[in-house]
Design a protein around this ligand. Structure first.
Ligand SMILES: [Zn+2]
Length: 376
């Protein structure tokens, strides 16, 4: 039987509809039963993330909520000296990888018999939760900062979700939703561990697309860490089941505007300290001043021999243009990986002959307003 567990104080709880954190205040993880990867069977299944169903925490297949998500393309980046491949993880129904988390989380919500959810998001996660709630026929309310771009708010409300606009910064929005979460299921992409059970499937896909092999490195943008931790959980499960023989090094990228994880990494701190955002960055999807799962991120860096770097605004702009010139139109948050790759090469972390996969997390169509102003 699957349970919640707190890695801070070791308390376990049954999975229930209202609890979203430990009584000690820490986020919860899942204590799982046996999982499996029947590789021959997986190869014959449909091209969605549900092909890994033995590793997913949904018991009743009839309750699965799906829009056919998953198995996004993995394409070469055509680098002159290095084998660098791009996982186009924005090729999803709502335009971002957050659909991985939303599909698993909303399927779990249906299993629990819940009819109503709340979430707070300034963008892609809100759209994903709203879309899959619509698909599941659930009532959904999304709390957003009042400053959220009209385009993102339109996508969320088109799915039929109720919008609550909160004045003030992103933290004020979270504060507002936490009161509601006392009585309504909190479908949080940061607090709810079932969300990470979805994002971990990117690791399964990368391994399968490489012939059930781990790359040497995986690079991704990191704010709260839902893709970074998904990669960590996913590759660990593959390794524990001896499907792959080593863990890839997980390389994270933050914006110089708000780099709490990078700072902890660079200064060899054992804890991540709050890092107030110093300027408005194009990479708005990764501006977390203090990630909720800070402890887990530190563990993931340590266990995978991972590394972090930062990029500035000019480097983000350059990344957008370099990718677009190769036919890949992505939102600025994803573009951080391009110059970060060069920095990891210059720092001797990525070497010639290594195989690196970078995760591109959101479509450029999500950020038309920002991309229109790129050269002004
Ligand atoms: Zn605890």
């Amino acid at each position: 039987m699957i349970k919640y567990i707190c890695n801070q104080c070791s308390t376990t709880y049954p999975i229930d509809a209202i609890r979203y954190r430990c009584d000690c205040g820490q986020p919860l993880e899942l204590q799982k039963s046996e999982i499996g990867f029947p590789i021959d069977q997986i190869a014959r299944r449909s091209n969605t993330l549900w092909r890994y169903r033995e590793a997913l925490p949904i018991t009743d297949e009839a309750l699965i909520i799906s829009l056919g998500e998953g198995m996004t393309p993995l394409v070469p980046f055509e680098h002159p000296t290095h084998d660098h491949r791009l996982k186009l993880d924005f090729v999803f129904p709502t335009g971002s990888y957050k659909d991985r988390g939303a599909a698993i989380l909303l399927s779990k919500v249906r299993e629990l018999g819940v009819r109503e959810v709340v979430e707070d998001s300034s963008g892609n996660a809100g759209a994903a939760i709203a879309a899959y709630s619509a698909r599941a026929g659930l009532d959904c309310t999304i709390y957003c900062p009042a400053s959220t771009s009209k385009g993102k708010l339109t996508q969320i409300s088109m799915y039929g979700a109720k919008l609550k606009l909160i004045e003030g910064n992103r933290a004020a929005t979270t504060q507002a939703v936490l009161q509601t979460a006392e009585s309504i299921y909190y479908a949080s992409h940061n607090w709810n561990p079932f969300f990470l059970e979805g994002t971990k499937t990117v690791a399964f896909e990368v391994a399968e697309q490489l012939g059930w092999k781990a790359p040497d490195h995986v690079i991704c943008p990191v704010g709260f860490g839902s893709i970074y931790l998904g990669l960590y959980i996913g590759f660990r499960e593959l390794h524990a089941q001896q499907v792959i023989t080593k863990l890839p090094r997980l390389l994270g990228v933050q914006s110089a505007a708000c780099p709490p994880i990078y700072t902890a990494y660079a200064e060899k701190q054992s804890q991540i300290e709050r890092s107030p955002q110093t300027y408005e960055t194009l990479a708005e999807g990764i501006t977390s001043e203090l990630p909720i799962r800070a402890e887990a991120i530190i563990n993931a860096i340590r266990e995978t021999n991972g590394a972090f770097t930062i990029v500035d605004e000019e480097e983000i702009k350059a990344g957008i243009k370099i990718l677009a010139a190769k036919g890949i139109y992505i939102e600025p948050t994803s573009a951080v990986i391009v110059k970060a790759f060069d920095k990891f090469v210059a720092g001797g972390i990525i070497r010639e002959g290594d195989l690196t996969v970078s995760i591109l997390t959101g479509s450029g169509l999500k950020a038309t307003d920002k991309l229109m102003k790129l050269d002004t």
